[in-house]
Design a binder for this molecule. Structure first.
Ligand code: A3P
Length: 303
C-alpha cells in the first residue's frame, strides 16, 4: 500500500525562494547548490525525459506515461505519489526530501525523469545517449494563470505579488525556469534533431485518445482499446483530482497550501478569460505574435 500520510512539515524550513540566474536561466536559489552535478548528470540510453514549462500539464502527462508503461495497471501506478515515482531532475531537496539526483540514483532502469529545464541547459548526456523525451506545452495565457495560482499556494516559490505584478514578471521571464516563449520555442526547434515528441495540453484536452496513441507509438507500446479507455479515465482531471497519488495532497500545507488554491485547480482551456483584463490580453497577444513571428510553433487559446 502506498503511504498516503502527509509528509512531516519541516518547521521553519520552508521559505519562499529567490531567483538565482544559473547559466542564464532564472531558477530557485536553492538549486545553486547542486547545479553543477545536475549539468553533469549521466543519463542511461533507456531513460525517458518528460519536460515542460511549469504548469503545462506535466503531472497529467507523467501519470499517462506511467500508466502506459505499466500496461494500464492502476495498482502499480498507486505505488507512490507521483513525485516519488518520477524524480524531478533539478529538485534541490530539503531536510525531509531527497534531491532529484539522489532519487534517480536509487531507481531501477528504465527510468522516467521529469524536468522543467529549458532545452539548452538540459544535461547533454540525454542527447549523447540518444534518450527519448516527451515535451508538453500549454498556451501562454492559461500557463500564466496556472503559474500565478501555483505561486500563491506553493510556499517554496518566490512571492508572486499581485496578479498585475505577476503578469509583468511572467511576460518579462522573471520567474522560475524563465521565459515561457523561449522555453516552448527552444524545445520546438530541437524536436527533429533528437528523439523528442512534442505535445500540447490543448490537444490532450481535445482528444486524449489520439494523444495517448501518439505517446504509445513513440514509446513502442501497443495496448488494446479497453486499456486505452482505462488510461483515459484514470488520467481524467476529475479522477486525478481525487487521487492522492497524483493530487499532491500528500505534501504538507506548509509546502502546498490547499486552502489558497488546489494543485489540481481547474484543468481547462480558456480560464485566462476569467483573469486577463482586455488590456492585459492585448499585451499578451502582442508579445505572443512578436515572439512567435519566426517560428512554426502555434498555440490554441480556446477549443
Ligand atoms: P490549472 O491550474 O489551470 O488547473 P503541472 O502538472 O505542469 O504543474 O500542471 C498543472 C496544471 O495541469 C493545472 O492547471 C492542473 O489542474 C492541470 N492538470 C493536471 N492534471 C490534469 C488532467 N488530468 N486534466 C487536465 N488538466 C490537468
Amino acid at each position: 500500500m502506498p503511504n498516503e500520510d502527509k509528509m512531516e512539515c519541516p518547521a521553519n524550513v520552508v521559505k519562499r525562494c529567490k531567483l538565482a540566474i544559473l547559466d542564464g536561466v532564472p531558477l530557485m536559489d536553492m538549486m545553486q547548490k547542486n547545479w553543477e552535478q545536475v549539468k553533469l548528470f549521466q543519463a542511461l540510453p533507456n531513460d525517458l525525459l518528460v519536460a515542460s514549462y511549469p504548469k503545462a500539464g506535466t503531472t497529467w502527462l507523467l501519470e499517462t506515461v506511467d500508466m502506459i508503461l505499466n500496461d494500464g495497471d492502476i495498482e502499480k501506478c498507486q505505488r507512490a505519489p507521483i513525485y516519488d515515482r518520477i524524480p524531478f531532475l533539478e529538485e534541490a531537496g530539503s531536510a525531509s526530501f531527497p534531491t532529484g539526483l539522489e532519487q534517480i540514483a536509487k531507481m531501477t532502469p528504465p527510468r522516467i525523469i521529469k524536468t522543467h529545464l529549458p532545452f539548452h541547459v538540459v544535461p547533454k548526456s540525454f542527447w549523447e545517449q540518444g534518450c527519448k523525451a516527451i515535451y508538453i506545452a500549454r498556451n501562454m495565457k492559461d500557463n500564466l494563470v496556472s503559474y500565478y495560482h501555483f505561486h500563491r499556494m506553493c510556499r517554496e516559490m518566490p512571492e508572486p505579488g499581485t496578479w498585475e505584478e505577476f503578469f509583468m514578471k511572467f511576460l518579462n521571464g522573471e520567474v522560475v525556469w524563465g521565459s515561457w516563449d523561449e522555453h516552448v520555442i527552444g524545445w520546438w526547434e530541437e524536436r527533429s534533431s533528437h528523439r523528442i515528441l512534442y505535445l500540447f495540453y490543448e490537444d490532450m484536452k481535445e482528444d486524449p485518445k489520439r494523444e495517448i496513441i501518439k505517446v504509445m507509438q513513440f514509446l513502442g507500446k501497443e495496448l488494446p482499446e479497453r486499456i486505452m479507455d482505462k488510461i483515459i479515465h484514470h488520467t481524467s482531471f476529475d479522477v486525478m483530482k481525487e487521487n492522492p497519488m497524483t493530487n499532491h495532497s500528500t505534501l504538507p500545507n506548509c509546502i502546498l497550501d490547499n486552502s489558497v488554491s488546489s494543485f489540481m485547480r481547474k484543468g481547462i482551456v480558456g480560464d485566462w478569460k476569467n483573469h486577463l483584463t482586455v488590456a492585459q490580453n492585448e499585451v499578451c497577444d502582442k508579445q505572443y505574435s512578436s515572439k512567435m513571428a519566426d517560428s512554426t510553433l502555434q498555440f490554441r487559446f480556446i477549443l
